[in-house]
Ligand binder design. Structure first.
Ligand code: ACO
Length: 326
């Protein structure tokens, strides 16, 4: 088998805003209860960004921690991709704000918009650029301040989301083209624009001239999520020449504990193989996969050589998965 370039994750980092909002606080504002939220979603609390604390601040803090973990200086980064649906400004890209805050003056920096699947999209693009020789070292960040686009009077959505950021450093390494290689082994992405009205923001710079608020038909989204996620997970494992029994850890987008359980069940995996952080972070959209990954790296669950299956689905619809050997 001839040699190939692999993108290997060499460091992870996160940032969560200091303010924690418990379910009880929401129950004092809208007609809901801690019991309902825990039973239907698994969520107990979420973090909320402070006034004046922007997506680029969260992203930069997570990036700094990932760079430290990787032992890489910001000057060595060739590429920054920020996945976000809550950019600081309509333009320029939040990634360029992160680039400046890290003190970098060169390299490529841009955002991707795929909402909750954003991190999977950004990881796939970064991996493709690394393998195409566009750079050797990349920062891939998922960062969101969804608290700013929530309708805090809509109990059907405001209880589900939180703010946060997660980052990984990717580095090009020589692989053998085998499923035992370390790094990203396969990724698969999908989108289907027919489902816009099930999950969207009712504003935008080019339509209303306003930011808008998140709107969702939760039940319908839920149904599509379990089917689409289990299909793309199997497709991605197949592309890597692997199967569900090879998976050490599923690192899922954290939307709802029942989605995580249902998806794992379809793959014949127990919930004990799934990294769950939705209880502490709620749904942080593009940040949730790197937040979960960092949690399991730092608590020692993820071991050298483990096969990780990252997956997410979100507005668009968009969905995707990545098979990664640690
Ligand atoms: N507190 C109390 N009651 C509530 C609340 C609340 N916060 N929200 C809704 N309800 C009520 C509804 O009004 C409804 O009442 P009714 O029966 O009198 O009409 C009842 O609870 C049941 O509502 P459903 O929408 O049927 O509840 P469901 O069990 O489907 O749970 C939820 C709703 C949590 C939104 C679920 O559908 C879900 O998580 N969907 C996935 C959506 C998601 O996470 N999307 C984000 C990104 S996409 C992704 O990540 C997959």
């Amino acid at each position: 088998m001839s040699g190939v370039t692999r993108s290997r994750i060499i460091g992870t980092g996160v940032y969560l805003p200091a303010r924690v909002m418990e379910n009880a606080e929401l129950a004092a504002q809208v007609d809901t209860s801690d019991e309902w939220i825990v039973e239907r979603t698994g969520i107990r609390r979420r973090h909320i960004a402070a006034d004046g604390e922007f997506t680029s601040d969260l992203a930069t803090a997570a990036a700094r921690e990932a760079l430290l973990a990787a032992g890489v200086d910001a000057e060595a980064i060739d590429l920054i991709i920020v996945a976000t649906a809550t950019p600081d400004q309509t333009f320029p890209a939040t990634a360029t704000r992160v680039q400046a805050k890290l003190g970098m003056t060169k390299g490529i920096a841009f955002d991707v918009a795929a909402v909750c699947s954003g991190f999977l999209y950004a990881l796939t693009v970064a991996d493709a650029m690394i393998r195409a020789g566009q750079g050797r070292t990349a920062l891939v960040i998922g960062a969101e301040t969804f608290s700013r686009i929530l309708d805090w009077e809509d109990r059907g959505t405001c209880v589900l989301f939180g703010d946060g950021a997660g980052a990984v450093v990717l580095r090009a390494e020589a692989g053998r083209g085998l499923s035992t290689d370390k790094g990203i082994l396969a990724t698969r992405l999908h989108s289907d624009g027919r489902y816009n009205e099930l999950l969207y923001v009712d504003g935008g710079p080019g339509s209303t001239g306003t930011t808008g608020k998140l709107r969702m038909k939760g039940k319908e989204v839920f149904r599509h999520a379990v089917t689409n996620l289990s299909e793309v997970m199997l497709e991605t494992l197949g592309a890597a020449g692997l199967s569900a029994k090879d998976v050490a850890w599923v690192i899922p987008h954290q939307a709802n504990l029942r989605i995580l359980e249902g998806t794992a069940r379809k793959l014949g995996l127990g919930i004990d193989r799934v990294v769950v952080t939705v209880d502490r972070h709620a749904n942080t959209s593009a940040a949730s996969v790197p937040l979960a990954l960092d949690t399991a790296v730092r608590d020692g669950r993820i071991r050298d050589g483990d096969l990780l299956l990252l997956e997410a689905m979100g507005g668009g619809f968009t969905w995707g998965a990545a098979a990664v050997r640690w």
